[in-house]
Design a protein around this ligand. Structure first.
Ligand SMILES: [Zn+2]
Ligand SMILES: [Zn+2]
Length: 420
């Protein structure tokens, strides 16, 4: 038995050695909260054996006061469906709406019922914990870093964070006005090992410019991007406007945009935007009798014949289930494909299959993407601004390299208790 530190203590269940599956347990005065309950990225399926060893996840334990989810990526919430007891949940309200809206369209879904809403810089008290969320720039909408105070000590969790997206100003605000007196900082390091120390990622505006260039020659464009990457949806839409193209979005993407509640995002009736309901979604709606999902898009909806007609000036948000729709509209012969998400997804599975299917069809393939995670230079700015007494690597494959770039690095092992 290792001796358990008293006071405010914590342990990382997953994340000291990997990106994804993030879960941190915090304890003070005998009460506990979890920060994130993610699905490991290498998990083949959601299985109960993946649940971390936390009292209150398999059977009720009132000492587990809440699960706080930093943002809506599956590697931070994907094990929630396995949690049997009704543990109170905290996350951003838009994150919860996006997760619920995605439910009819994705395999591992979860429609959260919130006990607490995270709002930018509005502290929430849960038991002995005072949690202050900081809205951050990330490829997920409504993402937060978290300052957690208990027993006079302060822990800061970066969550997933970057500085080069459309909300980069939030990062600058944080480094200019950082939380003070942080004892322990858990900082993500996704970019370590993926990017050189002095290299930077393209900004989201630079991605928009690359898309404009890509969309300028005529011909149908099928673009693969996550509908939940709202920054990217905006870049694609703006590039369509700038090149006189029509963006074709499916029901899933339209629902996600709608439930953000953000009036500045593309909506039915906006120029250069049309809704196409692919065959697999039509069948799903029929089978589940969710005709309500079609209702808001009646006026903006287009059908296959019209898609063929405007094909040369259209950009379709594309996923492999739409291969047949594009074929039936006879659009592959003059089509190009743009991959606008992580290139790692092309190595195997559905991404690799798509790439080879497109090659068989003779469709040119181009990647235009930027990371959801900060460059090493930006992480240094963050670490210097917060200046924690201990900086603990998390959400990284390269925790051992942190000491090359940052001060006060303390390496922790998965499952090890430590004092905050
Ligand atoms: Zn993540
Ligand atoms: Zn993320």
């Amino acid at each position: 038995m290792t001796e358990m530190p008293s006071g405010f203590r914590g342990r990382i269940h997953r994340g000291t050695q990997q990106i994804g599956g993030t879960c941190v347990e915090l304890e003070a005065g005998g009460e506990r909260i979890l920060i994130d309950l993610g699905l490991p990225l290498d998990a083949d399926e959601v299985s109960e054996t993946l649940l971390p060893d936390v009292a209150g996840l398999r059977s009720p334990d009132p000492a587990l006061r809440a699960i706080v989810i930093s943002h809506g990526h599956g590697d931070h919430w994907g094990l929630l469906p396995l949690c049997k007891p009704n543990v109170p949940l905290a996350m951003g309200a838009a994150t919860a709406r996006i997760m619920s809206a995605a439910a009819p369209f994705v395999p591992n879904f979860f429609a959260p019922d919130l006990s607490y809403e995270l709002r930018d810089r509005e502290p929430v008290e849960i038991g002995p914990f005072r949690i202050t969320p900081y809205l951050v720039d990330h490829s997920a909408y409504d993402a937060y870093a978290l300052l957690i105070e208990a027993e006079g000590r302060r822990l800061f969790y970066s969550g997933d964070i970057r500085a080069h997206g459309r909300k980069g100003a939030l990062f600058e605000r944080m480094v200019n006005d950082p939380p003070q007196g942080v004892d322990t900082m858990l900082m993500e390091g996704s970019s370590l090992g993926r990017l050189d120390e002095d290299a930077r990622f393209p900004t989201e505006s630079e991605i928009e410019a690359q898309l404009v260039e890509s969309f300028t020659p005529p011909g149908f464009v099928a673009i693969s991007a996550s509908a939940q990457n709202i920054d990217r949806m905006v870049s694609i839409y703006r590039a369509c406007k700038r090149t006189g193209r029509t963006l074709l979005l499916d029901l899933y993407a339209m629902q996600i945009l709608k439930v953000t509640g953000n009036a500045n995002l593309p909506a039915p009736g906006w120029p250069n935007l049309a809704v196409y309901v692919p065959e697999y979604q039509r069948r799903h709606i029929k089978r589940t009798e969710r005709f309500d999902l079609l209702e808001p898009y009646k006026k903006a909806r287009i059908y296959r014949e019209y898609m063929t007609e405007i094909g040369d000036t259209a950009v379709m948000l594309f996923r492999p289930a739409m291969m047949h729709d594009v074929k039936a509209a006879n659009l592959w012969p003059k089509a190009r494909a743009v991959w606008s998400q992580w290139e790692g997804y092309l190595k195997d599975g559905p991404g690799a299959k798509l790439k080879s299917d497109l090659a068989d069809l003779g469709v040119p393939f181009e990647a235009i993407h930027t990371s959801g995670h900060a460059s090493i230079g930006d992480l240094k700015r963050l670490a210097n601004a917060i200046a924690p007494k201990a900086l603990v690597p998390i959400h990284t494959f390269e925790g051992d390299k942190f000491a090359n770039f940052f001060q006060n690095v303390t390496r922790r092992a998965d499952g090890e208790w430590w004092r905050v």
